[in-house]
Design a protein around this ligand. Structure first.
Ligand code: DX5
Ligand code: ZN
Length: 216
């Protein structure tokens, strides 16, 4: 089953509570929270307090995407704040095996992400341990960018590899996902679609979610 994780980066932050309620009512399964430190990526967004405010207000799976240079330092704080899935980048400075172990120690699901320019091989050693791989389909840092088709080869390589090895890994994609690119990423093995502008930028959230699921 395809799950949609709308990214609050594209939401109206002034009315964040209403936005989350509306997207949950519209049928989203997850909520994607983009955490940026102004160092790993050239942008700063929100962090632990915003995640903690959202937690008691929704039953959506909180899908926290850490774009941080030192993710290991913040796993415990995001876990306490109520994250369900904590995803960090293989290009960050923390040791990936240690970060995955810390996330699992706190009984959360661990996601590992890679930027468009990072080869699939970079995450091979961790596929047996992670719960999710997030293949970035744009350069992380900003919403509203154009989908990068060249990342599909990597997505299909990684998803086929996990299938072959029998690893139960979810495949998430993030960046430029729309009703047009959704069938392409699904074809290449994605089962969780992050979408910012294609959902929160639209007048009708249910219609936008259905469009991503290919129902419109
Ligand atoms: C980019 C973020 C994305 C972003 C996607 O660094 O990780 O989650 O919100 O935005 P869209 O869907 O508009 O490309
Ligand atoms: Zn993201």
């Amino acid at each position: 089953m395809i799950k949609i994780s709308p990214s609050i980066l594209a939401a109206d932050i002034w009315r964040l509570g209403d936005e989350v309620r509306k997207i949950e009512a519209a049928g989203a399964e997850m909520l994607h929270i983009d955490v940026m430190d102004g160092h790993f990526v050239p942008n700063i967004t929100f962090g632990v307090p915003v995640t903690a405010c959202i937690r008691p207000q929704t039953n959506l799976i909180l899908d926290v995407h850490l774009m941080l240079s030192e993710p290991l330092k913040y796993i415990s704080a995001f876990s306490k704040a109520g994250a369900d899935i904590i995803t960090f980048h293989v290009e960050a400075d923390s040791n990936p095996a240690e970060v995955i172990a810390e996330i699992h120690r706190l009984n959360k699901r661990a996601g590992l992400s890679l930027k468009p320019g990072t080869p699939a091989e970079a995450v091979y050693p961790y596929l047996k341990d992670v719960d999710m791989v997030l293949v970035m389909t744009v350069e992380p840092g900003f919403g509203g960018q154009k989908f990068r088709m060249e990342t599909m080869e990597k997505l299909s390589d990684l998803s086929r590899r996990c299938k072959k090895m029998g690893y139960p890994v979810d495949f998430e994609v993030d960046g430029g996902i729309s009703a047009v690119t959704a069938p392409v990423v699904i074809e290449n093995g994605a089962n969780i679609l992050v979408a910012g502008s294609a959902v929160f930028g639209q007048p009708d959230y249910s219609a936008a979610l259905e469009g991503l699921r290919g129902k419109r």
